[in-house]
Write a protein that binds this ligand. Structure first.
Ligand code: SER
Length: 318
């Protein structure tokens, strides 16, 4: 019997992952938590509770009381927001991870932990194309530094305390259910919402800035696949590279015009341009693919068709 704790269930990943895990493990066995209210479907389809992962005493009580066996820790301050308050972002991102690792170490029932890493672990000295799994990593953002340090801590807890922690270096995630907040790849979500609702988009990156992206359904599948692998099949307890299509704003804009011919885009790069320029254009995820035969199913065309279709439905139903 699995009992799963989701931290960050109101967020971009958590709001979708919670519902998928409830389908697999049963509604009553997936405990959704966040520091803010989650969507109605997350709150009403199973247990939801406000919980602050920074509060280690409440966290451990919660885990013991509900006999939690797996934790997905998805709460984080993303790259753009983290640059505004670097010290606070560092503490939130690192202390929350350390609280989870400590709980997993102390509570015997907790068998597995998932924590997301990111392409932000790479930096300007990493190869731009097909960034390898093991390569030079000199991140220049506080978010990237916290993810790289986090990867090392995950590996440390595995080696030292046998904590089974699993992780993926997510690229920018494209989704329609819950928008991200404060990330450098947020444009790839905003562009679709603004295309449907306004017919135009003011992009905070340059037109030709290409970054690795992935549609949320693929990211969720990759995550659940990774967590379902036998422990003996996991060769990395830091984080696997994982990737979908590499996309630039002008390519996405062009594809949107298949649906909205008059769609217009203008560019006003802000501080996030400098962040994007330190990240690779694409990553080599062959190790992850060889492990569980995972591969992405959404290319740009399918992402655009799904995003436009779903956002139109949501807009009409309002
Ligand atoms: N999507 C994240 C960000 O832009 C990267 O992991 O901050």
């Amino acid at each position: 019997m699995e009992n799963i704790l989701i931290i960050g269930a109101a967020g971009q990943i958590g709001s979708e992952l919670t519902l998928e895990l409830r389908k697999i493990y049963g509604n009553g066995h997936v405990y959704a938590t966040d520091i803010k209210e989650a969507d109605r479907d997350v709150r009403e389809s199973g247990p939801f509770q406000l919980l602050d992962v920074m509060d280690d005493k409440h966290l451990i009580h919660f885990v013991i009381r509900h006999k939690i066996t797996q934790i997905y820790h998805l709460a984080a301050v993303l790259s753009g927001n983290a640059e505004k308050l670097p010290n606070a972002a560092w503490h939130i991102n690192m202390d929350s991870l350390m609280n989870i690792l400590e709980v997993a170490k102390l509570v015997e029932d907790v068998k597995k932990v998932f924590w997301p890493s990111s392409i932000a672990v790479f930096g300007p000295t990493t190869p731009k194309k097909l960034a390898p799994q093991v390569t030079t990593m000199e991140p220049v953002t506080v978010y990237g530094i916290s993810k790289l340090a986090g990867e090392r801590w995950c590996e440390y807890f595995f080696r030292r305390y046998n904590v089974d922690i699993r992780s993926l270096r997510y690229p920018g995630l494209v989704s329609f259910k819950t928008e991200p907040g404060g990330g450098t790849t947020d444009w790839a979500v905003e562009i679709y919402f603004d295309a449907v609702r306004k017919g135009s988009y003011l992009c905070f990156l340059n037109e030709d800035t290409k970054l690795p992206m992935m549609f949320m359904a693929d990211a969720i599948r990759a995550t659940i696949n990774l967590m379902e692998l036998e422990r003996s099949e996991i060769s990395l307890h830091s984080a696997y590279n994982i990737s979908g299509p590499s996309l630039s704003p002008s390519e996405v804009a062009e594809d949107i015009r298949r649906h909205i011919p008059d769609f217009s885009i203008s560019y006003h790069p802000d501080f996030r341009q400098a962040i994007a320029e330190t990240w690779p254009e694409s990553v080599d995820d062959s190790l992850a693919r060889s492990h569980d035969h995972w591969k992405p199913t959404y290319d740009l065309t399918k992402i655009t068709d799904t995003m436009i279709g779903e956002i139109r439905k949501m807009t009409e139903n309002k």
